[in-house]
Ligand binder design. Structure first.
Ligand SMILES: C[S@@+](CC[C@H](N)C(=O)[O-])C[C@H]1O[C@@H](n2cnc3c(N)ncnc32)[C@H](O)[C@@H]1O
Length: 297
């Protein structure tokens, strides 16, 4: 059964041990000023959440299966936090194999010379170098060894990778060039820091078989679950922020006639620990922007 749980993924008791075949997710970007200002009191609080979620993923993920974390180091008030290294270390310490890292590169045209890299224009001297960021990491962890002989041949054939697509779009490289979700004002993913469907599409095709269960412990707008359903997988996910319920329903087509899934096919659980975050985060972001504008004048 497909499942949506509103509550913190540090506790995923709704999922049985070894009931998940793949995790594809992107955790909140620590306290990133334009996405999650002050969501966590401290960096340690963020890392504690990552550890609890890693432990729960270890429990629910079947033997040999994969967990993919799309993440990046985060710049908060001029300090960079080593999120990628710390998540890698936490998963390693919790008993996962560190299988791979893919670098997701976004198109260059999308980034303008920012106030960060632009420092060089005013001070063209050594030590004023601050590059603009065009990439994120896709960390790939594995829960022990995978027994390839367990998968029936018919399922293998149904899940076969299209090698034309694999070679044309260069899936075989450790660098994937994929356009980010563009910031159109009326987009469904506004204020969510969503990743593009293409990332979920490649990972789900590469690391799960038809009919298996894909988990996203940090749903956001629900991109992973939408693609999982499109690809004939079952979908389960957790989201802390109850204010995203309608966005997720819209993306998954829940309750809409002739759309992707009927409401009955989704078990929606709203727990006591679900929160209301979005409006408050948006208010803080707007407040920050107006302070920045005033100081630029
Ligand atoms: C970067 S977004 C995920 C975006 C998603 N990949 C998409 O494409 O829309 C991270 C999400 O994690 C949620 N979140 C933060 N803390 C959480 C927690 N403890 N449990 C579950 N979700 C949490 C945030 O509200 C946010 O929606």
């Amino acid at each position: 059964m497909n499942k949506l749980v509103f509550g913190s993924s540090e506790d995923m008791h709704e999922l049985a041990d070894k009931s998940v075949h793949l995790v594809v997710t992107s955790p909140p970007y620590f306290n990133a000023p334009f996405d999650y200002p002050d969501l966590f009191d401290t960096y340690d609080q963020f890392l504690n959440l990552m550890r609890k979620v890693a432990k729960e993923i270890k429990r629910v993920l079947d033997d040999g299966r994969i967990a993919c974390f799309v993440c990046d180091d985060t710049l908060v008030n001029g300090s960079k936090f080593p999120v990628v290294a710390d998540i890698t270390r936490i998963f390693f310490e919790e008993g996962f194999k560190y299988r791979d890292k893919i670098v997701w590169v976004k198109p260059e045209g999308y980034i303008r010379i920012s106030r960060r890299s632009g420092v060089m224009l005013q001070h063209p001297y050594p030590m004023y170098f601050y590059p603009d960021n065009l990439q994120e990491s896709i960390l790939i962890f594995q829960n022990g060894n995978f027994d390839y002989s367990k998968i029936p041949n018919s399922i293998k054939e149904e899940s076969k990778i299209n090698l034309d697509e694999w070679s044309k779009d260069k899936w075989f490289l450790s660098v994937w060039k994929i356009t980010n979700v563009l910031p159109f004002s009326n987009r469904l993913e506004k204020g969510i820091a969503a990743f593009p469907e293409e990332i979920a599409y490649r990972l789900i095709k590469l690391f799960s078989y038809k009919g298996e269960t894909v988990l996203d412990p940090f749903l956001g707008s629900g991109t992973t679950l939408k693609v999982a359903l499109d690809l004939g997988r079952k979908a389960v996910g957790y989201e802390l922020d109850l204010e995203l319920l309608d966005v997720i329903k819209e993306k998954l087509g829940i309750g809409k006639q002739a759309r992707l899934v009927d409401a009955e096919q989704f078990d929606i659980v709203i727990r006591d620990d679900a929160k209301h975050l979005r409006k408050e985060l948006q208010r803080r972001i707007t407040e920050q922007k107006s302070v920045t504008k005033k100081t630029e004048k």
